[in-house]
Structure formats: C-alpha cells, structure tokens
Design a binder for this molecule. Sequence first.
Ligand code: HEM
Length: 368
Amino acid sequence: RFAWYEKMRKESPFTFDEEAKCWDVFSYDDIETITKNKEVFSSERPIEGERNILNLDPPRHTQLRALVSKAFTPRELALWKPRIEQITESLITELGAKAEFDLIRDLAYPLPVIVIADILGVPESDRESFKHWSDILVASPKASTPEAFAAFRKTRSESIAQMTDYFLHIIRKRQANPQSDLISVLVEAEIDGQKLTESEIQSFCGLLLAAGNETTTNLIGNTMYALLESPSRYEQLRKVPSLIPSAIEEGLRYRSPVQAIARVAKEDFDFGGNKVKAGQELILWIGSANRDETHFPHADQFLMERTPKNHLSFGKGIHFCLGAPLARMEGQIAFEHLVKRYPSLHLADSFQLNPIVSGFVYGLKSLA
Ligand code: HEM
C-alpha cells in the first residue's frame, strides 16, 4: 500500500479512476486544499439512511457540531480520565500473569467500546448486548461466497436494527428522566428552540460507535506494532514514558487508522489542469499525505521523537475529528499502563502479520 502511494505521489498524484468513477488524491497539499474548501468540496455524498454530522454540510453541520462538541470539551474529558484509567487497569489486571496475550483482543478492542458505552450512558447490565452489536458492526466480512456474504450483510443489518431500537429505548428513558450522560445532553439540547429528533440522536449514537471504536483500537494496535517491530523502541519508551504522546502521534502518522476520506464536488473545479466536474467524488488518501516527504522528511521511518503535529490522520477543517482528544487520551493511558506493567514486551515467536483487509482502514486483526 505505501509503495503504491509513493508511486502515485510521484507519477500521478491527482488521477481519475475510470473503473470506480472517482478522483484519487495523494499529495498532502492537494488534500489540505480540498478539505479547507467546504464550499466546493462537500461531505454530503449520497448515502443510505439518516445523515449525521460526518456527512452534512453547514449550516446543519455547524449547529449539530456545536451541540455535540459540548460533550468533548477538555473539561468533560478530564472528568472521564479516572474512569478510563480504571477500565484500562481492570483489562490489564484480567491479563494477569499470562505469558502471552493478544493486545488487540484483550485491550485495544474492548477499551474504546467500554468507554463509549459509558459516555453514552449504556447501563452496566446492557454492556454484553452492546458489545455484541458493536462486534458485528465493525466486523469485516470473511465470507468467500456470495451466499456467505449475503448472510453476513443480513446479520449486520439485523444487529444495526437491534441496536437502533435499543438506543431509542434509552433515549425515551432519558426523555422521562435525564441523567448526566451524553444521550441526556442530546435529548435536552435545542437548536433554534427545536429539539433534535429521535432519529437524529440515534444516528449520532451510531456514528460514535462506527467512527470511534475500530479507529481507536487500530491507533493502539498500529502504534504498538511499530514499537515492537524494532524492540529497542519499546525499551526506549519504557525508560522515557514522557515520549508516549509523541509516539502516539507518530503511530497515527506512520500507519493511519483511517487511510482515506471522501468528498463530492458541488461545482466544476479546475485543479491544476485536472477538471473535476460537479457531482464527481474524490477519495483523499490521508495515509499517503502522511507519508509525503515534502512535509515529513524520512516519511517512511517511524521516528518516535518526531511529534508530527500536522499529520492528517484526524482530517482537517470543519470535519476535524471530534473524538481526537478522547482517542489520544485512551491511547496515552493504555501505553502508560502497558510500559509500567510489562517491562519487556515482545512479539510472540509465532507472530504473523494479520492485517485488516480494507482500503480505507489500516489495522491488525491480532497482535500477539
Ligand atoms: C471525524 C479519524 C476517533 C468521532 C473523523 C475524521 C477522521 C477521523 C479522519 C474526518 C472525516 C472527514 O473529514 O470526512 C479518527 C481516528 C480516530 C478517531 C484516526 C482514532 C484514532 C474518534 C472517536 C470518536 C470520533 C474516539 C468519538 C467517540 C468522530 C466524529 C467525526 C469524526 C463525530 C465527525 C466530525 C464532523 O463531521 O464534524 N474522525 N477518529 N472519532 N470522528 Fe473520528
């Protein structure tokens, strides 16, 4: 994948894919220009179902974002910190004295699911069902035949339906009796004197699961993989834990959990001779932008002290990831606990690279 990006950046950084009928954009500067020009490059691509802030343009985007961002302020985050510490600690305690474990299955996967369930206000007693639906929601199809794939899609839509029903149930409970959770904030909020509809709230809850879970799992998994690939890195981090935030940023840049985002042109636009027509979609390869040598010297090396502040892993502009501070905090807490608890962590002898097969996502299915 990274070799393909490099080739494209050199040979054809802005190119029309005849098969997929969309533009592929590979250079940092072009991607930045597009994400900043929200008037021409819209997030309102054709989709199924209710729109949420990720695929809305202003003015609705601005109103909804202002509302939900209240739940992601530094003050709110500071309140969750002890709880995230506690969840991390208990997941690591469960590993006990095991000589071998799978970092994805045992920590990187459950941590963000439990945290988001907590933030939304899912009661402890419903956690199991919640986790089960989340599993199905983010699972990638392993099906090899069309029938098996159809069965996978059926299970997935059933589980989305069950989860949607479940959110509706919680929303109604909170309408009657507000608590101090995010669903209550959304239930009570008003835009121009009007409350959000139940389906807007449901759709936002679904977005938090889809946008926040697998990405944070992969942030932890990808960064740890980079640290263990060359064991002296883990050792250095253990000795100097103050490097953890910088290592996480470099992990985000080096193997970005989200490799691509998409926009659609609202009007014709001449992009240095490339004539984008109204209605055409553009795939912005942020995973490639993050390896662009003009912004990151020695881009193909993982340099723990680099602190790449300008990477595009969380996007740019008005849709900049709302959950970025939360994801960073979860990553930081996970690594702080891991280096403290495991002075000499290394890949198992039987380790085999087991990547998720998807163009838009970069992550590992297991890390043992
Ligand atoms: C938007 C990446 C974690 C919630 C985005 C976008 C990216 C991204 C690239 C921009 C999409 C675009 O411009 O089209 C990531 C990565 C994460 C992460 C790499 C983890 C390492 C989270 C978490 C949450 C979250 C933990 C919430 C709990 C959102 C939301 C948006 C968003 C709500 C839409 C914002 C808007 O449209 O205004 N994320 N995300 N993300 N992310 Fe994240």
